[in-house]
Design a protein around this ligand. Structure first.
Ligand code: GN1
Ligand code: MG
Length: 376
């Protein structure tokens, strides 16, 4: 058993005897372990090391999560909702949200823990699922439900855990800076792609420029990647939204755009076979239907008008981020092989070109669906 993790685990209010530690490699940022305890019966917990390079204020991250999950729990209780769940923080023996471990290099490592949510499944892609269209509907509904549940939570109570997280203009400037700084020569691999990205910045700045003006600031998840939904293994219904580190004041459009580019792409985020990389329209429409059933009546006309565009913008943003990290020598996203960020960039870049050809059809579908939902 991993002795270091065993020691760290002993600082939390877990019940029973630790019998197994399993590393979980799903996320691109934090490090996760599934811990099994025995106490008559078996119980699992999730222990995570927060990536403090990415999250420089880990206490703020936990404060936000505590506030938001308490609100969700209250609302679920009030409506007698026994289907949905949310994260449940397990405190340290000192009653704190984080345990600070000082490693052999004298650096501080921050750990937090949650109950492990059982009997659920998360998908990296729906591409191989027989019932992909139904699952996409459930995925859209899950994030719509999440936003709806937090609609009455005051956004100004939450801190900004990563500043300018979805500030497209700032992400673009970061790319230009990486090209200028030349930590590596990798920008030379993509001259025409970079020119193409530069040509799109104006249109892709529309949401960030309107945020707080015509587009309202709401409590949003900000990392609505498909595998951040836990779905019931049998029914496919979305049970819980996880990875709440970036829950912050934002735009509902960030969540929709990021959710669809992730859930409705025909491939994994690092697929390299060009023919496989495109947005699946059936999945997109199904996702939007699920989302709009929850949120259409709450959205403003300006938000609805930008929903389609948000898919393009968030894909653009991810393309910028992967390319920037590749040029900077892979300091942000965890990589599994040397050119991983390169492959992720090209994937999002191709997805972006494909999305552009489908936006008109998507926008027509949105208008039709909003009308239908409102009529019911
Ligand atoms: C990261 O942690 P994970 O894998 O859910 C990233 C997201 C990206 C995603 C791309 C805090 O999400 O913004 O969309 O990778 N999270 C952070 O795979 O940067
Ligand atoms: Mg994350």
């Amino acid at each position: 058993m991993n002795e270091k993790i065993k020691t760290i685990a002993s600082k939390f209010k877990f019940i029973g005897e630790l019998t197994n530690i399993e590393e979980n490699n799903q996320g691109n940022i934090n490090k996760s372990y599934i811990l099994t305890y025995q106490n008559g019966s078996e119980k699992k917990y999730l222990l995570q090391k927060i990536n403090s390079n990415v999250f420089q204020e880990p206490y703020l991250v936990m404060k936000n999560i505590e506030l938001v999950t308490n609100h969700i729990k209250k609302k679920l209780k009030k409506s007698n909702d026994t289907t949905h769940q949310t994260l449940n923080i397990i405190k340290t023996l000192n009653n704190e949200n984080l345990y600070t471990y000082t490693n052999s290099e004298g650096e501080k490592e921050y750990y937090r823990a949650f109950d492990y949510i059982e009997n659920c499944f998360s998908y990296d892609s729906f591409k191989d699922s027989d019932n992909a269209v139904e699952l996409a509907y459930q995925a859209g509904k899950s994030f719509g439900f999440f936003q709806k549940t937090l609609i009455d939570f005051p956004a100004n109570m939450l801190g900004e855990t990563i500043k300018d997280f979805h500030n497209t203009k700032k992400r673009f400037d970061d790319l230009l800076l990486s090209i200028e700084n030349k930590v590596t020569n990798r920008a030379f691999e993509f001259p025409s792609e970079i020119v193409n990205l530069i040509s799109k910045i104006k249109e892709c700045s529309v949401i960030i420029e309107a945020l707080g003006k015509t587009i309202p600031i709401r409590v949003t998840h900000n990392d609505t990647k498909l595998n951040n939904i836990l779905m019931d293994e049998e029914t496919g219904v979305g049970i819980a939204i996880i990875d709440l580190d970036t829950v912050m004041p934002g735009s509902s459009l960030f969540d929709v755009g990021d959710g669809i580019r992730s859930a409705c792409s025909n491939s994994f985020e690092d697929e390299t076979e060009k023919d496989k990389i495109f947005l699946n329209l059936d999945l997109t429409e199904s996702y939007l239907k699920g989302y709009l059933e929850e949120m259409a009546i709450h959205l403003t006309t300006d938000e609805i008008n930008c929903l389609g565009l948000s898919i393009k913008i968030l894909t653009y943003e991810l393309a910028l981020r992967f390319l920037t990290d590749y040029i900077n020598g892979d300091t942000y996203f965890k990589i599994k092989y040397a050119t991983h960020n390169r492959d992720r960039f090209l994937n999002q870049y191709l997805l972006l070109q494909d999305i552009e050809t489908k936006l008109e059809e998507i926008n027509d579908f949105i208008i039709k669906t909003v009308d239908e939902v409102k009529a019911n």
